[in-house]
Ligand binder design. Structure first.
Ligand SMILES: [Zn+2]
Length: 167
């Protein structure tokens, strides 16, 4: 999906898994992820975790972690292995009296119109299998397109690009 609004502004999406739920993505986080898009022909994939509030049935993404030296990245793969990702999630969780939680994962793809790979689906299934929470999965393409999906232990669904609401 391509957002009609300039990057850096908040986006509200309809959550395909939680009935009546919305997904609020803060513009600052979207902008920071967008700056990691694989715009050059040799740029490796990038990724991190999504952090924010669970306000049942809504998700509110307020922060993310970003690639670090210990991650394993190639042109077509990203393995989040640097301890800084989990450390940031834990730090924010503690500092907010357990209110800011691990909401999901983001990574980039070296394609203009990103779609989850079979490796992505397997990795996400492993995350979904160990939680009863709804998790958010974001892929940023090379240009301005995004793939955004939500899932729980029952399955995963893509956010309908037509169901973007103005905040
Ligand atoms: Zn991927």
């Amino acid at each position: 999906m391509v957002f009609a609004k300039p990057i850096g502004q908040d986006v509200v999406l309809v959550n395909p898994v939680n009935t009546g739920g919305l997904i609020l993505l803060e513009g600052e986080v979207l902008g920071a992820i967008a700056r990691h898009r694989q715009r050059s022909k040799i740029a490796p994939e990038q990724g991190g975790v999504l952090l924010g509030y669970r306000r049942d049935p809504h998700l509110h993404v307020v922060s993310a972690s970003f690639p670090a030296r210990g991650d394993h990245a190639t042109r077509i793969s990203f393995k989040r292995e640097d301890p800084s990702h989990a450390a940031k999630a834990l730090r924010m969780w503690k500092n907010t009296d357990r209110k800011i939680d691990y909401l999901g994962e983001w990574h980039t793809h070296p394609e203009m119109h990103p779609n989850p790979s079979s490796i992505d689906k397997h990795a996400w299934a492993a995350i979904r299998a160990v939680t009863h929470e709804v998790m958010l999965f974001v892929i940023a393409g090379t240009d301005e397109d995004w793939w955004i999906g939500c899932g729980d232990h029952n399955g995963i669904a893509q956010v309908d690009p037509k169901l973007v609401t103005a905040p």
